[in-house]
Ligand binder design. Sequence first.
Ligand code: SAM
Length: 314
Amino acid sequence: MDVRPSRTRPPSESALPFRGTSSDDLDRRQRRGVSRLNRPADVATTTSIPLLSERQKRERDFYREYARRHTDEDVDFDPVLGREQRPWNPYWAHFQVVRSLFTNSRQRLLDFGCGAGTASMCYAKVGYRVHGFDICDDNVSSCYGKAERYGFGERVEFSVQVAESLEYPSRHFDVVAGIDILHHVDIAAAIREVHRVLKPAGVAVFREFVEVPVFDALRASWLVTRFYPKGASFGHHRTHDERKLDADDLGMIRSVFPRCEITRFNLLQRFRKLWPIASSNGPSTLEKIDQRIFRIAPVLQRFGGDVLMVLRKE
Ligand SMILES: C[S@@+](CC[C@H](N)C(=O)[O-])C[C@H]1O[C@@H](n2cnc3c(N)ncnc32)[C@H](O)[C@@H]1O
């Protein structure tokens, strides 16, 4: 497949209907109910995109601006090369699980909320046929750029879609993988979609942030927010609406996927900026200590602020 250049702005607006248009233009297009996948012009495909909620529009607009402010970075393939493993780090652990699920190059993996495509490239490197979607057209554009740059054009397919209402057929994917995405969306609707698009016996793997007792209450307190405000911030990569998963969300996920394994990370690691040993020896020191603490005292796992969820469809 011919992929569109990405690191530069595309030459023609007609090849990319969302780009360069105002939110109003896009919303008008959505009211007509028809939009076009952000794919190369020669494979233009029409698809319907539902009206975006105010929250979805805010997310899309935030990430358009975020994409504008950040240059496309090189992809670090180390987490999938298998030369090293870091089971104490949720990002590396995520890729370790995704690698372990790979059996053959016909397997289809959905990168759920693919962002600018870094993880998609890693999944393609493992050997999957990768499909990815994101609400932000500029991110989808970056994904195609990376695919071209790293030579994965034949094995990837990206589109602008919303997590709560996907256009993929049911029982389509062997694996669904998502990094830092569920806390940006309507979690219940998204999880139903994950279940729908997975094949029977398919597996979903999500790395997410979760609320923990005490820490998050303190963080939300008047005194702390006075010094460390909580609103949207490009510097802190935080959107207006993002919200860590809470106990109710985890319960809902378990009700949809009764076969759900959750591994916790990030206990002392959250204080890495305060602890000199973290900066001198690298962040893994604290992550390794966290893993040991969780093994010795599992009761403390509820204070781990990052999770890796492995959800198996029956
Ligand atoms: C924190 S980023 C994570 C992106 C990617 N998974 C990664 O690890 O780089 C969150 C992503 O969610 C996307 N997003 C937010 N709301 C969405 C929605 N309702 N449907 C699809 N994507 C959404 C944003 O555009 C953004 O790319």
